[in-house]
Design a binder for this molecule. Structure first.
Ligand code: ATP
Ligand code: MG
Length: 488
């Protein structure tokens, strides 16, 4: 173990928000050891802006609770940790952990229970990558490096602690973390990982809860380097594990949307992570629409059913929350409306709650070469810049053109009535009919899932959210079990 001067590593307490310093100070004052660990230290050393700071201590969660009283909540049963509210922020405080006992790992080697308190030396070995295992005590100006992590930071190398195969078996999500950190930090992946990181071992991800995989997919989408990580997901075989029916092919549309997402993040704009799911699933959705159209289902019904089907299939891999599913289906439905709006509905459409997302989606399609948008992306883009009078004229022009093309269409009946007819039909109906609420049983199951603290969005970004404990439940994800067809 090396003790380094923090200032020599480019770290200073002055860079830290008061929330994390308060937590470190209060624990130290109460006589405990306390460090900042994980992504916070790593990112600061790399000159990046950390997403959050995690603390680690030798105090047990109940001792942490004694120190912080009502500001502290102990969360998680299988992976217990303390949430401390400091100012407006929430800091995760974990206790040093020892290796899990044999009895609490699954037959495949996955860790199921993990509340075995230990020493700092034991704790570091439990962490995933060397660069995530630096312990920083800002008041002592010290960084503890147990594994030459600083070297790895300097050489931009992502190295798993211990035997990579074993570490992936313990927690297959580390495969996703490998690609996420490699892309985010632009680090090279250690040879020892590359040697074993084959598409076959990505099968281990089948045992990870689809809720946890959704959370992970969101982290991939929102880390700011989506465009860089996508080819890696394909190359390492992760894509197929995450996305059931999306061909492992980065189409111009997907690429454009990914670049756009990264760009928005780089300039601090918000993004709706469900939007990228809408992009990824667009092709499977269109194919499913065609399928129903070929069976003679009316377009609006075909779209509704296709949307449900595609999302249901995707849920075998990543369970998209219901509100995000609704958003995705509304963005898809907006495509029909924006493509062929009734003139009298144009103004109302432009102030619809889903207009912005639907329009962005349409424009991305158009700019990536999708001919089916018929120039309506640009039309709507211009429309938004017009004055009230100009809008009226634009609508009148549009109306004339529409009537003209209708007359033309009546003279020459469409040869291609099948392909994408479902999507291009000019029907205006309720945007999305909510699917029936889940059965009581499945609702109960879902809310139990939501209560699993580490899986919840609240724990996002913390040790808990990535912890192997979440994979306790084996999930049946044999695709042949998912039946296409009416779900109601
Ligand atoms: P970021 O917050 O930027 O995504 P991070 O490294 O802080 O990156 P977190 O998920 O916040 O990642 O986890 C905090 C720390 O907990 C990690 O740095 C690592 O030391 C440890 N950790 C998290 N997930 C795992 C895991 N699956 N296996 C082992 N250690 C983990
Ligand atoms: Mg973190």
């Amino acid at each position: 173990m090396q003790t380094l001067r923090a200032s020599k590593c480019g770290l200073s307490a002055a860079q830290l928000p008061s929330s994390i310093l308060d937590v470190i100070d209060a624990l130290t004052k109460a006589g405990y050891e306390a460090y900042i660990v994980g992504g916070g230290v790593r990112d600061l050393m790399l000159g990046l802006n950390p997403k959050d700071y995690d603390a680690v201590t030798n105090a047990t969660p109940s001792q942490v609770k004694e120190v912080f009283g009502r500001r502290c909540r102990i969360i998680g049963r299988r992976f217990e940790l303390a949430h401390v509210y400091s100012g407006r922020e929430l800091i995760e405080v974990a206790t040093f952990r020892a290796p899990p006992k044999k009895a609490v790992t699954s037959s495949a080697g996955m860790i199921l229970r993990d509340n075995n308190w230990g020493t700092i030396e034991q704790d570091f070995a439990r962490r995933d990558f060397s660069i995530n295992a630096l312990y920083y005590q800002p008041r002592k100006n010290e960084v503890l490096d147990f594994c030459d992590a600083v070297d790895d930071i300097q050489h931009k190398t992502l190295r798993l602690l211990g035997d990579p195969m074993l570490r992936f078996e313990e927690d297959p999500v580390r495969m996703l973390r490998t690609l996420r950190f490699a892309a985010k930090l632009n680090f090279s992946i250690d040879e020892k990982i590359l040697d074993i990181f084959t598409p076959e071992i990505t099968q281990l991800l089948r045992d990870v809860s689809p809720h946890r995989l959704y959370d992970e997919s969101q982290k991939l989408f929102t880390m700011g380097h989506l465009n860089r990580v996508m080819p890696m997901l394909i190359e390492f075989g992760i894509w197929r594990q995450l996305f059931a029916d999306i061909p492992p092919d980065i189409t111009p549309f997907i690429e454009r949307a990914a670049k756009n997402t990264d760009q928005r993040i780089s300039i601090g704009k918000t993004i709706n992570p469900a939007f990228f799911y809408a992009v990824l699933l667009w092709k499977p959705f269109l194919e499913r629409c065609d399928f129903y159209a070929s069976k003679g289902v009316v377009p609006a019904e075909a779209r509704a059913q296709a949307g449900l089907d595609v999302l249901k299939r995707q849920a075998t891999r990543t369970i998209i929350p219901r509100f995000a599913e609704t958003f995705i289906r509304e963005v898809w439905e907006m495509q029909t409306r924006l493509l062929n709006p009734k003139p009298q509905q144009i103004e109302a459409l432009s102030s619809h709650a889903r207009f912005r997302a639907g329009f962005d989606f349409l424009l991305l399609r158009e700019k990536s070469g999708d001919q089916n948008t018929q120039g309506m992306g640009i039309w709507w883009e211009n429309y938004q810049t017009l004055t009230a009078d100009e809008r009226e004229r634009a609508i009148a022009d549009y109306n004339r053109q529409r009537a003209k093309s209708r007359r033309k269409a009546a003279q020459a009946p469409a040869e291609d009535s099948k392909a994408h007819a479902a999507v291009q039909q000019a029907e205006i109906e309720p945007l999305v009919n909510e699917p029936e609420p889940r059965s009581r049983r499945s609702r109960k199951a879902r809310s139990a899932e939501d209560r699993r603290p580490a899986a919840s969005a609240a724990a996002e970004g913390g040790i808990g959210a990535d912890h192997p404990i979440l994979k306790r439940k084996r999930v049946q994800r044999d695709l042949s079990q998912v039946v296409f067809g009416p779900t109601r």
